[in-house]
Design a protein around this ligand. Structure first.
Ligand SMILES: CSCCC(=O)C(=O)COP(=O)(O)O
Ligand SMILES: [Zn+2]
Length: 215
């Protein structure tokens, strides 16, 4: 039997993408997933692939210097490869980076006009590494530029001054990106955040959030 440490990481990415597709978070070609290899290169979904039915051949490998490793096919790397590459550079312990498009993620990105989203002090935050009582946790929001390299530059500039409190960021009207040391942890982060986002959307309608925010 193949041990989890030697298994091809693309297999886990395929299974995760199928799961996220079923949740409605990677519909059509939306989103991208990547996983790092011991040599510092990473597998990432090729651009424009249907995320509910990925194959091993739907990935490209990016070298540590950001160059596309030689491939027999004419696949293009995900349009958001520069963000994954930046995350691996900024957070060397991260091994996996997931980006999804969810309705709730997009709705909450409009709850505030500024570039930080205060998260409600829910117990679920503990799963994202926030252990204080009644925590004040904010999530960074970035503008969704057409040029993804501009989004990556904004992330790099902002994180140099203000490191994120949780391993996650939002791109307004676009999606959420998380990173972690394992696929399991990244999937948990996505699920926890989606719970929090869902709570915020419902709470904003019920008028129960401490600082009432409107769309
Ligand atoms: C309908 S998805 C638009 C592009 C995007 O935001 C995304 O996440 C998927 O892009 P990719 O190049 O990775 O397929
Ligand atoms: Zn996207």
């Amino acid at each position: 039997m193949t041990s989890p440490t030697t298994a091809d990481p693309r297999l886990q990415l395929i299974a995760t993408a199928r799961d996220f597709y079923q949740q409605g978070w990677m519909l059509g070609t939306a989103g991208n997933l990547s996983a790092r290899l011991p040599d510092g290169s990473f597998w990432i979904t090729a651009s424009g692939k249907s995320k509910g039915e990925l194959l091993l051949s739907d990935f490209v490998r990016i070298a540590p210097d950001g160059k596309l490793e030689a491939s027999a096919s004419n696949l293009q790397p995900s349009a958001e490869t520069s963000i994954h590459q930046l995350i691996y550079r900024l957070f060397p312990e991260s091994q996996v980076c997931y980006h999804i498009h969810s309705i709730e993620g997009n709705l909450v990105s409009r709850l505030v006009a500024g570039d930080s989203l205060p998260l409600p002090p829910l117990e679920m935050l503990k799963g994202l590494g926030i252990g204080q009582e009644n925590p004040c946790c904010v999530m960074p929001i970035f503008t969704n530029h057409l040029e993804v390299s501009q989004i990556a530059a904004d992330i790099e500039n902002r994180f140099a001054v203000t490191p994120p409190q949780i391993p996650a960021l939002l791109i307004r009207d676009h999606g959420v990106t998380v990173w972690a040391a394992s696929g399991e942890a990244s999937r948990n982060y996505i699920e926890l955040l989606e719970y929090i986002f869902r709570y915020m959307v419902v709470a904003s309608r019920l008028d129960v959030l401490p600082n009432k925010q409107s769309f």
